[in-house]
Write a protein that binds this ligand. Structure first.
Ligand code: HEM
Ligand code: FPP
Length: 326
């Protein structure tokens, strides 16, 4: 008898764990950390390296809830194509683990929690921006563009860049040119990020009739467009130094090294459009690039970095004169 009860309890526990896991998977959790990293970089920049830890935590939590809500709504809307595509077949709705109705309630709860948290502990602008992210990702990207135009991720990419605005708004209560610049960097980064991946899985998209760029225009034209966006995006990262003046030489050095590597990868891809391992490596690099660029912003804006670079610049003449020139 005791054994039976124990088995029942452990099965219930197992079921509960599986249900929790399914809801977690609905939020496409692997993408959220990078969205939070862009939010954090924006907060660091907006506060000149002195972010209030409490504000940081509530903004990241509010951002997580908003992104999770947006992704869940996307999983509901796209359940038909997700069922047909290899990569997405095991998602909770197409695999029958979560009912559409329950997913919808989950998405609404997440959205309401996000809005409430951001309104109460950050400000209304940050909360409204987060909600606009959900509306844009669902209404504009998923509903209007994804199944209808090759420019789906170019225009729809704006949704993924909104967290940068949320971060800035949470700190300052408004938006400045610098906030929009970070938004623009993420916006311009999205095409190389996504099209590199789309080169790898274009058959999947073709199967369900999604007009992702490589499906419609082929590999050569896609790599040409990746190349153009990479050049513009890398160039735009320096506008944060001049004329905006938000960051300095530490960020400049990091952006140069990272940008150079991104340009190299895109150049190689441009000359080898059918090279799938190269496309995979470009996609992976795009993620590392954005992570490290944001880390560069954080490090550069720290007050300690300012003091250190000031000392270095002051002593530059002494250091140079100490170098033996034969
Ligand atoms: C419209 C814009 C975007 C599209 C269509 C897109 C699409 C995708 C897709 C299809 C994947 C593969 C996911 C999977 O295998 O399930 C992916 C991965 C990823 N995306 Fe994007 N993405 C976009 C924008 C962004 C943005 C703005 C960020 C963050 C700033 C981001 C961060 C990531 C990360 C971190 C991964 C890797 C997840 C993993 O480790 O598997 N993406 N993206
Ligand atoms: C502030 C706020 C809430 C912003 C929303 C940001 C957000 C959810 C960005 C997601 C970008 C992304 C990974 C798109 C992939 O969608 P897809 O449908 O093409 O991917 P799939 O093929 O894997 O389903």
């Amino acid at each position: 008898m005791q054994e039976l009860i124990a088995t029942g309890v452990s099965r219930q526990h197992q079921n509960f764990k599986e249900v929790m896991q399914s809801y977690y998977q609905l939020t496409k959790p692997r993408i959220i950390p990078l969205l939070l990293i862009t939010t954090s970089a924006s907060m660091w920049m907006a506060s000149n390296g002195r972010v209030d830890p409490f504000l940081l935590i509530v903004t990241l939590l509010g951002g997580t809830l908003a992104a999770a809500s947006a992704q869940t709504l996307n999983c509901i809307y796209d359940r038909d194509i997700d069922y047909t595509m290899e990569r997405t077949r095991k998602r909770p709705i197409p695999s029958g683990k979560v009912q559409t109705r329950h997913a919808l309630i989950f998405a609404i709860v997440l959205g309401v929690l996000s809005f409430s948290l951001l309104t109460v502990f950050a400000n209304l602008l940050a909360a409204l921006l987060a909600m606009s992210g959900i509306v844009f990702y669902m209404g504009v990207y998923t509903h209007l563009l994804k199944r209808h135009t090759t420019q789906n991720i170019v225009i729809g990419g704006a949704a993924g860049a909104i967290p940068a605005l949320v971060g800035w708004a949470a700190v300052t209560g408004d938006l400045s040119w610098s906030a929009w610049m970070l938004f623009a960097i993420v916006f311009l980064w999205t095409p190389p990020h996504f099209w590199a991946l789309a080169l790898m899985i274009r058959e999947d998209y073709a199967k369900v009739g999604i007009p992702m760029l490589p499906v419609i225009v082929g590999e050569e034209e896609t790599t040409r467009q990746i190349w153009v966006y990479t050049l513009i995006m890398v160039g735009s990262t320096f506008l944060l130094i001049y004329p905006l003046g938000n960051v300095g030489i530490v960020y400049g050095a990091i952006a140069t090294i990272l940008g150079w590597k991104f340009i190299q990868k895109s150049w190689q891809l441009l000359h080898n459009p059918s090279d799938i391992p190269l496309a995979r490596s470009t996609f992976k690099y795009s993620i590392i690039y954005m992570m490290l660029l944001c880390l560069g912003i954080v490090v550069d804006t720290l007050p300690e970095t300012h003091s250190l670079t000031a000392i270095l610049v002051e002593n530059l003449q002494t250091i140079i004169s100490a170098i033996p020139i034969s």
